[in-house]
Design a protein around this ligand. Structure first.
Ligand code: ADE
Length: 230
């Protein structure tokens, strides 16, 4: 079983509509929708926005459904200068840009316990998602997906994510899912379509473009599931 997590309804509803033989469990107020697409067994959940919601959902998927991999889909704010609205970032690594124990000597983003800043994404899944996105004619890059409990719409935060973490895109869940999956030795990947450019225009761009960007990420994951052999 592969787990797929989105934060908002627009990021998962289109996928749920395509699923066959659906059953639903509600745990911690989150709906876990089990079924299949392209002959692959999947569990899809709308976690809600932010790192804690994402972490609870990822951990539940691992314990209850024994997911062999978790993929985070949805929208993000583009930070890499080549990115426009509608483009795709496939994470090679994730980071929690708001994790900060620098005052006691740690590196920015350092997670005590697992003792690392960046979480490595699964290569096989990421490469196939990249290929699918490219085949659809979309500008697609690999990069660091930076997560924090903040909607990034200010230069100061954007610059911190770019300069300190080499972030390609900012969102609010992928790093938490990477964190939980790393703790549990479960492979994970992150696929994000740009709804805005994490700048002063984001408060206008996000409501205008999030639906369409979310749909693109659903189209890519659907084709991925058809091609994936794992
Ligand atoms: N998701 C989409 N756009 C975002 C932004 N600018 N900041 C955080 N999460 C986002």
């Amino acid at each position: 079983m592969i787990g797929i997590i989105g934060a908002m309804a627009s990021e998962v509803d289109g996928l749920k509509e395509l699923m066959e033989n659906k059953t639903v469990d509600v745990i911690s107020g989150v709906e876990f929708c089990c079924g299949s697409i392209g002959g692959k067994n999947i569990v899809v959940a709308q976690a809600g926005v932010g790192k804690v919601n994402a972490a609870v959902t990822a951990q539940t998927m691992i314990l209850k459904y024994n997911t062999k991999a978790i993929i985070n889909i949805g929208v993000a704010g583009g930070i890499n200068p080549t990115l426009n609205i509608g483009d795709i970032v496939i994470a090679d690594r994730t980071v929690e840009h708001d994790m900060d124990t620098t005052a006691v000597g740690d590196a920015p983003g350092f997670i005590t316990g697992i003792d690392r800043v960046y979480m490595d994404c699964d290569k096989e899944i990421s490469e196939l998602m990249y290929q699918v996105s490219k085949d659809m004619g979309i500008h697609t890059i690999y990069g660091v997906v930076a997560s924090g409990d903040i909607f990034v719409s200010e230069d100061s935060v954007r610059n911190k994510i770019a300069n300190i973490f080499n972030g390609a895109a900012a969102e609010m869940e992928g790093g938490a899912i990477g964190h939980v999956c790393t703790m549990n030795n479960v492979p994970f990947a992150v696929l994000r379509a740009m709804s805005d450019c994490a700048n002063n225009d984001s408060v206008v761009d996000f409501p205008a473009f999030a639906q369409k960007a979310a749909k693109t990420s659903i189209e890519i994951i659907t084709e991925f599931l058809k091609r994936y052999k794992g």
